[in-house]
Design a protein around this ligand. Structure first.
Ligand SMILES: *Cc1c(COP(=O)(O)O)cnc(C)c1O
Length: 714
C-alpha cells in the first residue's frame, strides 16, 4: 500500500460506520465511483464494499478521482456535523441532553444495507432518527437485530412469491457491540417462567443519534432462542411475544446497562409496550413507591404512536402466553393475574378478552397520537370503548402526521435545483413555508428536463432488474431482448409500490383488464405502469395478487408497459419515487393510517394521484395533485372497491392523462409543471420528518418530560 492509502482507507471506513453517509449524495457518489459494479454487488453496503475493494482498485481510483481531497472533505463535514452545537434542538430540546428520549420500534428502515424493516413503519422510524439527528434532538432508538431481516423476494416462473432468507454477518455491517461503563459488551437478561432469555446489544450510529439493537443470537440461549430475533414478523404468537418482551423489557434494561436514563419513552406502535411495565417496576423498586404512583409517573412520561386503523391489526396474546412471559414481572408489580390481564383489556373484567398491546400502551401513556388527522379521528372512534366516560371527540388520542426525511429521498439532481432556486441552507429551513416560496421561479424547462433525466435513470434501473429477474428464470432470449427494452421515456408512467396488504388494493387499477389495456395502448396518449411490493409470507391473498400482476406483465396486451420489479426495498423505493410521473395510491379508506411513499414522491416533483386517505386527505387542495373520488367510504368493501375503481379510471382518463400530454410548442406540459410546483410549494414544508419531529418535541416530548398534560394536536 502506498503512503497515505492507509489513512484514506481509515477515513472511508469511518464514514461507512455512520449512516450519515446515506443522506449525503457526495459521499454516496464517492463510494459508488470507487467501483460501481462492486458497489451494486455488495448491496450499497460500504462496510462490506470496503472489505472487498482491492488495493489495486483503490490506488487506481485514488489518482483518477481526486479521492484524497474528496474523502478529507467528507470526513471533515461528518465531524463538523457531529460537533455542531448550533441546532434547533440546542435551543428547543436541550433538556433532553442529560436524559434523552428513548424511541422504541420493532423495525427501523435506515438504508437497504441494514434490512431490519418490512415497510412504512420501519422507514418512518428510520426517518425519525435521521431528522432527530439533523435537528439536534437527543434521542436514542431501541430495536431488534434481525440477522435474516424480513425476506428477499423473488418470483418463480409461475409468478409465485418465493421468500429467501440470508444471514447477515455483523462483521459486514456498521454495528458495534454496545459497551457498558466497565468497557465490556452489554448482555441483557429477561426472566420468564420458562427460563432466562438473553441478548447482546449492537450500537448503530445514525448521525448524532444512536440506535441500540438487541440480538438473541448468543451462546447462553437455547438453540430456538438464539433464532428468536432472526426474522422480522416471522414467527407464531409465542415467537412474537418473546420478541416483544426482549424489545420492551430488554430494551429498558439495555438502556440501564448503558447508563442511559431516558426522560421520555416513545413507543412507535404497540409492539414495545412492555417497556412501560419494566419502567414501572424499576420505579417501584428504586423509589420504593406503590404501583399506582409509579404508573402515574411513568405514564406521564410515555408517548404512544398508534399506526393501525383496523382492529384485527393489533397484537393480542392469550392468558397463558402472558403468564409464561410476564409472570415474573407481574409478581414484582404485585398484581394478580386478572389485574394484570386487565391492563391489556378494553373490558378488564372480561376474562375471555385477550391481552392487547395497543390497549396496554393506551392505558400506560398520557400522550397518544395517530399519524394523520383522519387516522386520529378513526383511532378515537375505534378506542372510545376504552374511555366510557368520554365522548368520541374527547378520547385522548391526537395526531401528528407522518413526514419523510427529505435528504434521504430527494434525488441529487433535484437538490441541485433546490440549492440554486431556494437559496443556501434551504434544507435547514425546509419545515417553513417561506423556504419554498421561490419554487415558482424554477424554470419550467429545467424542472422538466431534470425530471426526464431521473425518469430515464429509473427506466435503466428497471430494465436491468428485469433482465436479472428473467435471466434467473432462464427465459428465452427473445423475452430477455423484449424486457431489456421495457418502458418508454415519453409515456406517462404510474408507479405503485408498497407492501401487498389487502387494504392497499394493488390490483385496483387493473380490475378491468380490457379497459386498462385500451388506456395503456392508446395510440396518442398511452400510459405505463410500474409495480413492486412484497406480500407477508403468510398472506396467500397478497401473493395471489402479485401473481396476477406478474401474469398481466407477461400478457402481450401489456408487454413493455406493465412491469413488476421484484424485492421492493428502500433502494427500489428511491428509484421509483424519483423517476415516475405519477405516484398511485388507492387504499380502502380509511385504512391507510398515513402512507409515506407519496410524500417521498412529492419531494421529487412527482404528482400524487390518490384516494383521500391518510396524509393525502389533508394534503390535497384541488391543484397540487389528483384525487380519486371525494373521500367516501362504504360499509361494503366490494361496493367501495367497485366505486373506487370507476373513480380511479375517471381521474386517470379525464385529468391525469390529458394534463400530461397537453404540450406547448416546445413540448413542455405547462399545466403539469404548474401542478408540480403547486405541490412543492404547498406540501413540501409540511410532509417532511423535520416538521414531524419538531411536532413530537413540542407537543409530546416536552410536555411529557415536564409532566404536563397531553398537547398532541387534535
Ligand atoms: C416508504 C416506504 C414504504 C411505505 O410506503 P407506504 O406508501 O406508506 O405504503 C414501504 N416500503 C418501503 C421500502 C418504503 O421505502
Amino acid at each position: 500500500m502506498i503512503w497515505g492509502q492507509a489513512d484514506l482507507l481509515e477515513k472511508l471506513r469511518e464514514l461507512a460506520r455512520n449512516f450519515w453517509w446515506t443522506w449525503q449524495p457526495n459521499v454516496v457518489e464517492l463510494f459508488r465511483e470507487l467501483d460501481p459494479a462492486l458497489w451494486r454487488e455488495t448491496g450499497h453496503n460500504p462496510v462490506e464494499f470496503l472489505q472487498k475493494l482491492s488495493h489495486d482498485q483503490l490506488s487506481k481510483r485514488a489518482s483518477e478521482m481526486a479521492l484524497h481531497s474528496r474523502v478529507d472533505y467528507a470526513f471533515r463535514r461528518l465531524n463538523e456535523y457531529l460537533k455542531n452545537e448550533d441546532s434547533w434542538g440546542a435551543t428547543y430540546a436541550s433538556m433532553f441532553r442529560a436524559r434523552p428520549v428513548a424511541y422504541f420500534s420493532a423495525e427501523f428502515g435506515l438504508h437497504e444495507s441494514l434490512p431490519i424493516y418490512s415497510g412504512g413503519l420501519g422507514v418512518l422510524a428510520g426517518d425519525h432518527l435521521k431528522s432527530a439527528s439533523d435537528l439536534g434532538v437527543p434521542l436514542v432508538g431501541i430495536g431488534l437485530f434481525y440477522a435474516q431481516g424480513y425476506f428477499r423476494q423473488s418470483l418463480d416462473d409461475k409468478g409465485w412469491q418465493i421468500e429467501n432468507y440470508l444471514n447477515a454477518d455483523p462483521k459486514l455491517l456498521p454495528v458495534d457491540p454496545a459497551l457498558g461503563p466497565d468497557g465490556k459488551p452489554v448482555i441483557v437478561r429477561v426472566e420468564t417462567q420458562s427460563g432466562v432469555l438473553q441478548a447482546r446489544v449492537w450500537r448503530v450510529e445514525v448521525g448524532r443519534t444512536s440506535l441500540l439493537l438487541l440480538d438473541s443470537n448468543v451462546p447462553e440461549n437455547s438453540e430456538s432462542d438464539r433464532a428468536l430475533t432472526a426474522r422480522l414478523y416471522g414467527g407464531d404468537a409465542r415467537v412474537r411475544i418473546r420478541q416483544e418482551l426482549l424489545l420492551g423489557v430488554g430494551g429498558v434494561r439495555a438502556l440501564q446497562a448503558l447508563n442511559i436514563d431516558p426522560s421520555v419513552l416513545h413507543l412507535n406502535e404497540g409492539h414495545s409496550a412492555f417497556a412501560v411495565l419494566e419502567m414501572i417496576r424499576f420505579m417501584m423498586e428504586s423509589e420504593e413507591i406503590p404501583f399506582g404512583e409509579a404508573v402515574r409517573d411513568v405514564a406521564a412520561r410515555t408517548v404512544f404512536t398508534t399506526h393501525t386503523p383496523v382492529a384485527a391489526g393489533h397484537d393480542r396474546f392469550g392468558a397463558s402466553l402472558i403468564d409464561e412471559h410476564l409472570g415474573k414481572l407481574r409478581e414484582s408489580l404485585r398484581l394478580s393475574h386478572e389485574d394484570f390481564m386487565g391492563l391489556g383489556r378494553v373490558f378488564p373484567g372480561d376474562s375471555g378478552e385477550p391481552f392487547c398491546m395497543t390497549v396496554l400502551a393506551l392505558k400506560l401513556s398520557r400522550h397518544a397520537n395517530g399519524v394523520s388527522a383522519l387516522h386520529g379521528q378513526v383511532s378515537r372512534r375505534m378506542w372510545q370503548p376504552l374511555y366510557p366516560q368520554l365522548s368520541e371527540e374527547q378520547v385522548p388520542i391526537g395526531h401528528i402526521t407522518n413526514g419523510v426525511h427529505a435528504l434521504s429521498w430527494i434525488a441529487p439532481q433535484m437538490l441541485v435545483i433546490y440549492n440554486s432556486y431556494l437559496g443556501g441552507g434551504w434544507e435547514r429551513r425546509m419545515r417553513h413555508p417561506e423556504a419554498w416560496t421561490d419554487v415558482h421561479k424554477i424554470e419550467d424547462g429545467e424542472l422538466w428536463e431534470t425530471h426526464q433525466i431521473l425518469k430515464a435513470q429509473m427506466i435503466e434501473f428497471i430494465r436491468r432488474r428485469l433482465v436479472e429477474q428473467y435471466t434467473r428464470r432462464k427465459e428465452p432470449p427473445e423475452i430477455l431482448e423484449k424486457v431489456s427494452q421495457a418502458l418508454d421515456l415519453e409515456v406517462l408512467t404510474l408507479g405503485f409500490a408498497r407492501r401487498f396488504a389487502t387494504y392497499k388494493r394493488a390490483g385496483l387499477v387493473l380490475l378491468d383488464a380490457e379497459r386498462i389495456a385500451r388506456i395503456v395502448n392508446s395510440s396518442n396518449r398511452p400510459i405505463q405502469l410500474v409495480f413492486a411490493g412484497k406480500a407477508h409470507p403468510e398472506d396467500h391473498l397478497g401473493k395471489e395478487l402479485i401473481q396476477a400482476i406478474a401474469h398481466m406483465a407477461r400478457d402481450d396486451r401489456f408487454s413493455h408497459r406493465l412491469v413488476f420489479i421484484e424485492d421492493y426495498d428502500m433502494n427500489t423505493a428511491r428509484q421509483l419515487v424519483q423517476g415516475v410521473d405519477v405516484w398511485l395510491n388507492n387504499p380502502r379508506r380509511p385504512q391507510e393510517a398515513s402512507g409515506t411513499s407519496g410524500e417521498k414522491a412529492l419531494l421529487n416533483g412527482v404528482l400524487n394521484c390518490s384516494i383521500l386517505d391518510g396524509w393525502w386527505a389533508e394534503a390535497y387542495d384541488g391543484s397540487n395533485g389528483f384525487s380519486i373520488g371525494r373521500g367516501r367510504s362504504h360499509s361494503n368493501p366490494a361496493t367501495q372497491d367497485e366505486r373506487d375503481h370507476r373513480e380511479l379510471l375517471e381521474t386517470l382518463t379525464n385529468e391525469v392523462v390529458p394534463l400530461y400530454y397537453d404540450r406547448d410548442a416546445s413540448n413542455l406540459p405547462r399545466g403539469w409543471i404548474k401542478r408540480q410546483k403547486a405541490a412543492l410549494r404547498s406540501l413540501a414544508w409540511r410532509f417532511n420528518a423535520d416538521r414531524m419531529v419538531m411536532d413530537y418535541v413540542q407537543n409530546a416530548y416536552l410536555p411529557a418530560a415536564g409532566g404536563l398534560p397531553c398537547e398532541v394536536g387534535k
